[in-house]
Design a protein around this ligand. Sequence first.
Ligand code: SAM
Length: 182
Amino acid sequence: MNKKLSPRLLTMAGFVAPGESVADIGTDHAYLPRYLVANGISPFAILTDMKIGPLRMAWRSVCIELGSDEAFLPGRRTGGYELRLGDGLAPLSAGEADAVVVAGMGGETIAEILAADPAKSGSFGKYILQPRTKADALRTWLNGAGWRTFAETAAEEKGRMCTIIVAAPGGAPGCAGDTQEV
Ligand SMILES: C[S@@+](CC[C@H](N)C(=O)[O-])C[C@H]1O[C@@H](n2cnc3c(N)ncnc32)[C@H](O)[C@@H]1O
């Protein structure tokens, strides 16, 4: 992949262990899953967005990576990528990816996505969360819901420091590669 990732996206990518599949919620340009699959870190990535425009943009991004001119067809896996339209975790089946990324949205929106279906959100073992705003609201929600935080850091993008939180639901065994709860 020729596209150079920002420090924000590279830092998030560093929390995905080799061999882990990912689901990227609100993928938009698809830069992160594209990097993970193209570099052989993730065997497959599920790319979702609630809007068709960003999902089409994600498809264009993936096609550049694959050198493909296949028609946009959500729901079909091509070259390790599968695109799905829908809100939050709704397009996912329980536990079907090792790590779930929810990045570039407000902290309250991320908390709403996690809270919408506790059985579904509780079925995934690792979350990489990147609130653009209101990180405190997300931390408060995670603590209140009994989630565990395994790492928290900040990384730059376009001159701005962005919070990144790695967390897991209370019942999940933990985050592969991150043994230390913070
Ligand atoms: C600013 S972009 C972030 C793109 C990428 N995740 C990143 O961090 O660079 C936010 C994207 O999230 C999508 N989005 C917002 N709320 C969503 C939701 N509840 N479910 C799925 N996608 C959502 C938007 O349509 C938009 O494409």
